[in-house]
Design a protein around this ligand. Structure first.
Ligand code: MRU
Length: 366
């Protein structure tokens, strides 16, 4: 998508054919910074400390991390070690394991001398595939938005609520939850997005709002607790969120707070959609609440908040008493029964094991 008139992906290979540049998302919306990753440790740090984040982008970053490792040690032992180092960075987003497994399976099947070149090619292909997956998700989600728009009076806007950032910053380009929004806006459907701020790291306030602002999509930032109230008053036509891991049964793990939005949506008959590429489906897991590991991040993310001061400097300030400990589970699971549909690259699936198996017969486990 565009930043200052220039087209950007969130990650790209440099001209040296080895190092990789990323948008360092920790500084948005205040500063647009690009950093270069040169070693496996750089890649691991960028994922762990959320310089890059969002399930699809974490996967692509890990794939390039494997590629750089192959330039140093293309042995099986080197490959396994890199898999371990990158895999332990963030436990919830399944795209990480999907990309690492994909790379390892491919590379193991070839001589060591060919691995580095093949790894860069495959990482680039995974990145390109992500862009295509998101375009398809966009087209499939657009059809839902069109149907809602048809029921509106002329000129009346379609109000969409989203949580966290499942936008282009969370992917290589376009985003999952935002792809249908961008396409609908291009088509001239009057869209308005309610953006949950998404405490504690504020991906909604800092990233989604920045994206929508940059692309001229009308939006309003709300605190995380406002969604239920807006739904009760008929101000939300649909919810679209992303996901870090969706189970074979259709349970959706996503940013903490998603579950509460789904409960409020159910109570108010507001359709609740989840946009996802198929690498986000974990076919080995059925019960999301019991089986998905939920990342527990530092309590400092709750007790401190980052922003830009009146003097223009980016600063971190304490919110709560020094003696108050904080818990910080980063994700929750929305049970399939609360979900209206899963917007995938192949179409919109019901959140049931049968529907998912029918849509992806070659991926589903017996
Ligand atoms: O902790 P984050 O910022 O990586 O969490 C991101 C989300 O929860 C997104 O909704 C999810 O990864 C889907 S991104 C297309």
């Amino acid at each position: 998508m565009k930043v200052g008139g220039q087209h950007y992906h969130t990650i790209w290979l440099n001209e040296d054919g080895r190092s990789v540049d990323i948008i360092d998302q920790r500084w948005l919306p205040h500063e647009f910074r690009v950093v270069t990753l040169k070693t496996v440790d750089d890649f691991a740090r960028a994922i762990r400390e959320m310089w890059v984040r969002g399930a699809p982008l974490i996967g692509v970053t890990a794939a390039y991390g494997v590629a750089i490792a192959m330039t140093e040690d293309p042995s099986d032992a080197g490959l396994d070690q890199t898999w371990d180092v990158l895999h332990e960075t963030r436990p919830t987003a399944i795209n990480l394991r999907w990309a690492l497994d994909d790379m390892r399976t491919l590379l193991r099947s070839m001589p060591e001398a060919q691995r580095a070149e093949a790894a860069y090619k495959r990482a680039a292909a995974i990145a390109e595939e992500d862009v295509e997956l998101n375009r398809s998700i966009g087209r499939n989600g657009l059809e839902i938005i069109r149907e809602i728009a048809k029921r509106k009076k002329p000129g009346e806007r379609v109000n969409i609520l989203t949580h966290c950032n499942a936008g282009w910053l969370a992917t290589v380009d376009y985003g999952t939850a935002t792809a249908p929004i961008y396409l609908a806006t291009e088509e001239g459907i009057p869209i308005h997005v309610y953006v949950d701020e998404t405490r504690p790291r504020n991906q909604g306030a800092q990233l989604t709002a920045w994206e929508l602002d940059g692309h001229g999509v009308p939006h309003t930032l709300i605190v995380d607790n406002a969604g239920g109230h807006l739904m009760q008053h008929g101000d939300v036509d649909m919810v679209i969120v992303g996901t870090d891991r969706t189970t074979a049964n259709g349970d959706v793990c996503n940013k903490i707070g998603t579950y509460l939005k789904a409960l409020a949506a159910k109570d108010n008959n507001v359709p609740f959609y989840v946009a996802l590429p198929s690498p986000t489906i974990d076919w080995t897991v059925k019960d999301g609440v019991k089986e998905i590991p939920i990342e527990e991040r530092s309590g400092d993310e709750v007790t401190f908040v980052q922003g830009r001061g009146m003097d223009g400097a980016i600063m971190t300030v304490r919110l709560s008493p020094e003696g108050s400990p904080a818990a910080n589970p980063a994700f929750d699971v929305t049970p399939a029964r609360l979900i209206t549909g899963l917007i995938t690259e192949r179409g919109v699936s019901e959140a049931t094991p049968e529907a998912l198996r029918t849509m992806f017969p070659e991926r589903a486990l017996p």
